[in-house]
Design a protein around this ligand. Structure first.
Ligand code: N2P
Length: 340
């Protein structure tokens, strides 16, 4: 009996100290290639909170992971239209502004969006555009529009992000329609355009579209601006242009799911990322448009002059939640890709 008690006590103690050693944890569900390891390490060093970074490559994938409920997450990183959908569905916890004092570092124009007025549920992480990148060493003709990109002569030389909502929005722009004008009629009009475009594309990649461009596998791409900015940093032959038919801007944000286990850690993480010197680390690794005015002051003139990170001011639309039409968008693209 005594031996058994000693054994049980030792086991219990090992378990408790084991937990103590592991310490608190933060489950982060974020886009791939978006959260620098230096930011995660700095946060853990300061707070003792270990960060478990799980990635996704589209808002739809993130929503599936989140709503499947198999895992609980403390911080997620939806884009604006997914923020809007999650707020409507009651899936986001209201932020406690008192615990995010660094919110004041955001530029005022990043604090007044229709998808979440007053940043009640979400905080911009990085903004960006989706545009055309061209390897001007391999493509001599000017490429300024979707019509220029999706030409038969570039078949097998094009890359696009693997994102149904994006792809459909490009076809809508070609039709002169808003990226939010998603109805059975506009989708029917977009279908023949997409049917022509899809077979021309060699690679669909949302994680690292720069890779196929860098190694010369493809010559032209329609990619996230931060990827284009990294290409420009490497070699000025990679030109970035916003498509002449129309472009949109995304606002990728941080938010806390309503069922987060560590809401306190989540607030600490969000506030930490809003520090100017931390936010600068994000720009250094992933040069999207930094919404943090205090961090922008720390960026070099070269960083601020990168045309993909900071494109000339133009009126850019922002995706809104399209509700049930999202499923039709996905079906349209999936069917066309499968039909190839
Ligand atoms: C980061 C991808 C940015 C996502 N790798 C665009 N919303």
């Amino acid at each position: 009996m005594k031996t058994f008690l000693t054994f049980a006590l030792t086991a219990a103690l090992t378990f408790i100290t084991g937990c103590g050693k592991r310490g608190p944890e933060l489950k982060l569900l974020a886009w791939s290639e978006y959260v620098p390891q230096s930011v995660i390490d700095g946060f853990t060093k300061e707070t003792g909170i270990r960060v478990h970074y799980e990635t996704f490559a589209s808002n739809e994938e993130m929503l599936t992971k989140l709503l499947a409920g198999a895992n609980r997450y403390d911080v997620i990183q939806p884009s604006e239209y997914a923020v809007e959908a999650l707020i409507k569905a009651g899936q986001l916890a209201p932020l406690d502004a008192a615990r995010v004092p660094n919110l004041g570092n955001l530029a005022p124009e990043f604090r007044a969006f229709a998808h979440d007025p007053g940043n009640k549920f979400s905080i911009p992480w990085m903004a960006g555009t989706v545009g055309i990148v061209v390897n001007t060493e391999l493509v001599k003709e000017p490429v300024n529009s979707f019509a220029d990109v999706f030409q038969e002569k570039y078949k097998g030389r094009i890359i696009g992000v693997k994102d149904s909502r994006e792809l459909v929005s490009w076809a809508l722009a070609t039709l002169g329609r808003s990226c939010n004008d998603v109805t059975p009629e506009t989708l029917a009009a977009a279908k023949p355009i997409l049917a022509k475009w899809i077979p021309l594309v060699k690679v669909w990649d949302s994680d690292s579209p720069k890779t196929a461009l860098l190694n010369g596998d493809v010559w032209i791409g329609v990619v996230w601006s931060g990827e284009a900015a990294l290409l420009w940093q490497q070699n000025k032959k990679f030109r970035y242009v916003l498509p002449a038919e129309g472009a949109h801007r995304f606002i990728d944000s941080l938010a806390i799911p309503v069922n987060a286990a560590n809401a306190d850690g989540a607030h600490q993480f969000i506030n930490y990322c809003l520090r100017p010197e931390v936010s600068k680390l994000i720009s250094d690794a992933f040069p999207y448009t930094n919404p943090n005015a205090a961090a922008r002051k720390l960026l070099s003139p070269e960083q601020l002059a990168n045309p993909a990170s900071y494109p000339p001011d133009s009126k850019l639309e922002i995706f809104r939640d399209i509700g049930k039409a999202a499923a039709q968008v996905d079906k349209l693209v999936t069917d066309l890709k499968n039909a190839q």
